[in-house]
Design a binder for this molecule. Structure first.
Ligand SMILES: Cc1cc2nc3c(=O)[nH]c(=O)nc-3n(C[C@H](O)[C@H](O)[C@H](O)COP(=O)(O)OP(=O)(O)OC[C@H]3O[C@@H](n4cnc5c(N)ncnc54)[C@H](O)[C@@H]3O)c2cc1C
Length: 439
């Protein structure tokens, strides 16, 4: 491990992210109180088949998937994103601190919708080996394909901006959605009661969004891909349950002392310390991204370290939370709006990709079968497919977090035994590798 000790931080512009505590994230009312009828619309709303709030990786992937499919390309789609569009012009020697490990399944999905070819390949780093060990007992497990099998990719590291830029580039080659950016959702309500005129469209069950820039949009289907504090989830009256891990995360881009592996077989390292997991994930060249979630006081100390050793830190409250349901009448939640998980598993964005894939497929099927894409009956299929699968992953991550948050006692012995056993049982190890790779 000494070979991998980070020596120099390349970045000095880490941002401090502060997320509200879980209590403020919960929507207090489950009743559809917020879904009141709006009688004061004095301008006609613009009508869309799909309005997606949130242009992060999950929302952009869904919109790209819908526009890339011949069955859904003609749907009238709006994308609402609160942050201004930013050109990504990476400097060769600098890496963003927001990096993710994409599973082969997520890479495959991005390929299917034509976005992967737009990813800047000079800035991605696949890894074929993962070393995990217990910080207390030093029990160790190594995941990699044994010879003579050629090593297969466990995951690919890349910057978030590389993914979102590729999705924007791909979208620009398709019939574009109507983009409202920068525009924030100011309010969401239901449409007015039906008019006595039988020829007019009944919009009373359709969500109407008013944007802070002025326009009002009516949605046959409203998708909340608006992150952990999802206003769409609040409007839908869907509660989110969870708990704050009381952890802070420090992320940084590091320069390694040397690169022990050839580029095609790099290794990801994760060590479970009693104070929280620390992960070192490879970037191209001899760089790596550090994700260290730890106790707040320790994070503070890390942040106070010399500028050369650790130039700055990001303070993020890492939580695990999950919405009670991903759907409501004319509403679907996806990505972090539906579930937020501890970054120790590196699965949040990947789960959002599978959500996008599943929701796009269900909308496509509904269009092909002449069904209403916003009807709860249609959307229940998405809920059934993704809710259980995501919760299973969140459960495993949470158990791991609790298991490894113990510094002494019999649990340390048992978990070390567990790691050693898994390390020696080939089929079990291959099973776990497949889970990590999302295949
Ligand atoms: C340190 C760290 C490391 C991580 N590593 C990994 C990893 O290795 N692998 C992995 O899979 N995941 C990882 N994750 C998780 C991953 O980053 C998230 O799961 C993912 O970015 C969520 O994507 P999203 O599109 O659902 O939400 P977001 O990226 O949060 O996007 C939501 C968008 O909605 C917009 N928005 C919000 N409210 C409004 C509004 N009112 N009006 C208009 N727009 C609005 C926001 O501006 C934003 O652009 C990590 C997370 C952290 C913190």
């Amino acid at each position: 491990m000494s070979l991998l000790r980070p020596t120099t931080c390349l970045r000095c512009d880490l941002r401090l992210l502060s997320l509200p505590s879980i209590s403020s994230r919960r929507s207090p009312q489950r009743t559809p109180r917020r879904r009141t009828y709006a009688t004061l619309h004095n301008t006609s709303p613009e009508i869309f088949d799909v309005v997606c709030v949130g242009g992060g990786p999950a929302g952009l992937s869904l919109v790209t998937a819908l526009k890339a499919s011949p069955a859904t390309a003609r749907l009238k789609i709006a994308l609402v994103e609160g942050q201004p569009a930013q050109e990504w012009t990476p400097e060769p020697s600098r890496y963003e601190n927001r990096c993710v490990s994409l599973t082969p399944r997520s890479v495959g999905f991005l390929g299917d919708i034509g976005a992967w070819e737009h990813v800047d390949k000079s800035r991605i780093q696949p890894y074929t080996r993962m070393d995990v060990w217990d910080g207390v007992s030093d029990a160790h497990i190594s995941f990699s394909d044994p010879p003579p099998t050629s090593p297969s990719t466990i995951a690919t590291m890349l910057e978030n901006a590389n993914i979102t830029t590729a999705l924007h580039r791909r979208l620009s080659t398709l019939s574009p959605p109507t983009l409202f950016q920068p525009a924030k959702v100011a309010s969401i309500s239901l449409g007015p009661p039906p008019s006595p005129d039988p020829t007019s469209l009944d919009l009373s069950s359709w969500p109407h969004l008013t944007l802070n820039t002025g326009p009002t949009l009516a949605a046959r289907l409203l998708v909340g891909a608006d992150g952990a504090n999802s206003p769409v989830r609040t409007f839908a009256g869907i509660e989110s349950r969870g708990w704050d891990y009381g952890a802070h995360g420090v992320v940084a881009t590091l320069q390694l002392a040397d690169t022990p592996d050839p580029p095609e077989t790099r290794t990801a390292y994760q060590r479970f310390l009693p104070t929280g997991p620390i992960a070192l994930l490879p970037l191209p060249g001899n760089r790596a991204t550090l994700v260290w979630s730890t106790k707040p006081e320790l994070a503070k100390r890390l942040k106070r370290m010399s500028g050369e050793d650790l130039v700055a830190a990001v303070n993020a409250a890492f939580r695990l939370s999950v919405a009670d349901s991903y759907v409501g009448e004319r509403i679907a939640l996806m990505g972090d709006a539906a579930h937020v998980t501890h970054p120790l598993a590196g699965q949040g964005l990947n789960q959002g990709q599978i959500d996008a894939q599943a929701l796009a497929k269900i909308i496509e099927d509904a269009v092909l079968h002449g069904e209403d894409i916003g009807a709860l009956m249609t959307l229940e299929r998405y809920n059934a497919e993704r809710y259980a699968a995501n919760n299973a992953m969140l459960g495993v991550v949470d158990k791991l977090h609790k298991l490894y948050n113990v510094g002494s006692g019999p649990i340390v012995g048992l978990r070390s035994l567990g790691l050693s056993v898994v390390d020696k049982v080939g089929p079990l190890k291959r099973f776990l590798m497949k889970q990590a790779a999302g295949v």
